[in-house]
Design a protein around this ligand. Structure first.
Ligand code: HEC
Ligand code: HEC
Length: 304
């Protein structure tokens, strides 16, 4: 609710910014008679004018994004000081949610996905209502804040394997969840940052060593931007970049750039990563969990 109200505030701030931008007389424009006040307050997207190359990115950015991300793309918009986490500074070129290895440029489709879906549980809203043409022009515009990219060869995305688990087969889903539970607690020890979801005695028996204090809580970790962020508790917290199982698989495989969340692409096979994905998904609240929904309907169908 708070971030919703805040978002309203930022949109107004953005509009005021654009008013100044659009309303500023440039060169011979002073000679023209001023537009009537009602016309100046008209924000119909049709009024967004393309630049010489036909790109609308700059105006769309100034209107909707600069209030948080700053006119210079440095993450220092008028609203930024009130937000945790802070809006991204685009000038460093470091992004969180991408399908290329951390430190390399994201794919355009990664940025488009974030802009379209927003980041759940943060103040970064979904911009699905903007036409795709404008969202693509935003991708080009924010990439240009980090100029070094143009000198680097594009990096291929990390491999994203197809899901080998048959989601129409109850036994297959249950097997994957059980395998994933073991991977999570024994092999990849995700609970060193996220919570553990086993009783202490079971966890210590599984790993053969003493586990950390307060196992049921996540441990806050510093990020690249000097903030401390809490890894999510999957039973409760919204996952920022996740709409479906594939998004969950991608973020587990690729990691989260600029944060402690590592990539797991080299530690596990495609099947191991998918088992882990099914397990983490099964922990989520019922309304967001694909595996719980599938298991429920398969059990109902079997009982009929
Ligand atoms: C109300 C504030 C707000 C507005 C308005 C806003 N953002 Fe964001 N945005 C954020 C915050 C906060 C984050 C960082 C979230 C995090 O670090 O988890 C973010 C992150 C991002 C990211 C980085 C994602 C990544 O992988 O690191 C992109 C890209 C982005 N925003 C694009 C945009 C665009 C384009 C617009 C305008 C159409 C926009 N944002 C408007 C708050 C905002
Ligand atoms: C060294 C600490 C650390 C370890 C180990 C770790 N994570 Fe994370 N993880 C984080 C942090 C920090 C975040 C929060 C990133 C953010 O919100 O920007 C995170 C976020 C996530 C997210 C949420 C992504 C989103 O879209 O919000 C998922 C899913 C996740 N981790 C899964 C895992 C899994 C599965 C493992 C084990 C294979 C694991 N993590 C191991 C620190 C860690």
């Amino acid at each position: 609710m708070r971030s919703f109200l805040f978002f309203g505030f930022v949109l107004i701030a953005c509009h005021l910014g654009v008013m100044t931008f659009v309303g500023k007389p440039q060169g011979g424009a002073e000679a023209r008679s001023p537009a009537p006040a009602s016309a100046q307050l008209d924000y119909d997207p049709i009024r967004i004018r393309p630049n010489d190359e036909g790109d609308t990115g700059e105006l769309v950015y100034l209107r909707y994004c600069s209030g948080c991300h700053g006119v210079k793309g440095d993450g220092k918009g008028p609203g930024a000081a009130f937000l945790t986490p802070r809006p991204r500074d685009f000038t460093t070129g470091i992004y969180k949610f991408m399908s290329t290895p951390a430190g390399s440029p994201p794919l355009d489709e990664d940025l488009l996905r974030t802009i379209t879906e927003g980041l759940h549980g943060t103040s970064m809203p979904s911009w699905r209502f903007l036409p795709e043409r404008e969202r693509l022009s935003l991708v080009r515009y924010i990439k240009a804040f980090h100029t070094e990219w143009q000198f680097r060869p594009p990096t291929p995305p990390i491999p994203l394997h197809e899901n080998p688990v048959d989601l129409e087969d109850q036994a297959a889903i249950e097997k994957a969840i059980a395998q994933g539970r073991e991977v999570y607690h024994k092999k990849t020890t995700c609970w060193t940052c996220h919570p553990a979801y086993l009783p202490r005695a079971d966890l210590e028996a599984l790993t053969g060593s003493p586990a950390r204090e307060q196992l049921e809580l996540a441990l806050a970790k510093p990020d690249h931007w000097g903030e401390s962020i809490l890894p999510p508790d999957f039973r409760r917290d919204r996952l920022k970049s996740v709409q479906d199982l594939r998004d969950l698989y991608r973020v587990i495989t690729a990691g989260v750039g600029g944060t402690a969340m590592p990539t797991w692409k080299d530690s596990l096979s495609g099947a191991g990563l998918w088992a882990l994905t099914c397990y983490v998904d099964s922990l989520r609240p019922a309304s967001r969990s694909t595996t719980q929904r599938k298991l429920k309907s398969l059990k109902e169908a079997a009982g009929r």
